[in-house]
Write a protein that binds this ligand. Sequence first.
Ligand SMILES: Cc1cc2nc3c(=O)[nH]c(=O)nc-3n(C[C@H](O)[C@H](O)[C@H](O)COP(=O)(O)OP(=O)(O)OC[C@H]3O[C@@H](n4cnc5c(N)ncnc54)[C@H](O)[C@@H]3O)c2cc1C
Length: 348
Amino acid sequence: MKLADYTTVRLGGPARGFVRAGTEDELIDAVRSADAAGEPLLILGGGSNLVVSDEGFDGTVVQVATRGVSRDGGPGVLTVAAGEDWDAVVARSVAEGLAGLECLSGIPGLTGATPIQNVGAYGQEVAETITAVRVYDRVTGDVQQIPNERCDFGYRTSRFRGAGRFVVLSVTFRLAVQVLSAPVRYAELAATLGVPVGGQVESAEARAAVIELRQRKGMVIDPADPDTRSVGSFFVNPVLDAPALAAVEAAARARSGPQARVPHFEVGSGDGLAKVPAAWLIEQAGFGKGYNPGDGARISAKHTLALVNAGTASTAALLALAREIRDGVRDAFGVSLAPEPVLVGVTL
Ligand SMILES: Cc1cc2nc3c(=O)[nH]c(=O)nc-3n(C[C@H](O)[C@H](O)[C@H](O)COP(=O)(O)OP(=O)(O)OC[C@H]3O[C@@H](n4cnc5c(N)ncnc54)[C@H](O)[C@@H]3O)c2cc1C
């Protein structure tokens, strides 16, 4: 059994042990047993944010396969087991007249992973609608309910990311009971829908438009399309302070002339921080869509941020490409891009 069969980028060597946990009790038992035996543990969801070493994982992989969605918590409240397919949950919320997740349509993986990196797209992130995350705490051995304000959500991060202490059992969302979407914040999506930024459409319409935009960028898994054999965006968009942004602007002018402009978006915290699209930095540093160094890993032909396994890649080749891009961007702009996926047994 190779972990390549369980990751969307189709990479990763064998695991020493593999347990599929279909119930919450099985999930907790599997984690407790591994911990009691001092066994390294990898919790596996849909494998859509994982880059696993070619040597595999020298420990036990516990695959989350728990099911169940409850609407018992009152109007708009949805409690979802960690093993539920995320896009099916979004589809259901839209079909049931609940708004707040529609822009997160088409994202692969399972619900339990969504709080880990505070999944976000097209102007929404799960932190806006999660009220609590129920977890098994591997340090205390207890099951706890962690309210939103103690999840430390930030841009593509939370207290769950990297720590490994908490196994997510279920996630509770509070959604708006309405047919209309939440206000559309993302300019490209608003333009596609023909509304101003801040406008609303029916959630089903927003969902359809998001899926179409994502498909065009190879961001919806399609086994027939090698450009979707990825972990999604490989790098997070860097958040820069004013001096770092000024340095990027100066480098851009030196490279492309005095008219050069660096796209950026204020982060909104009021402290002068700005997010610069990693895709823009990568392209300007000379790595365009389809860039292919020739050893099986290449940049997607549809999206500069997605590094794909063209079919014959190894994890080593994927990481070599990622390093080449990271170093190229650093040399050109002085910005260090950080990886978005979780790296298992490898480093960048
Ligand atoms: C084509 C494509 C498009 C994508 N688009 C987006 C996007 O638009 N926005 C975005 O934010 N992400 C995106 N991603 C990344 C990815 O889909 C999300 O991060 C997703 O939430 C990962 O879910 P998963 O179940 O596949 O997690 P996995 O990849 O299986 O695991 C990811 C991490 O979470 C941990 N984990 C998983 N489940 C649990 C649990 N129950 N308890 C504790 N830890 C757990 C794992 O141990 C690992 O560290 C994309 C990926 C792909 C392949």
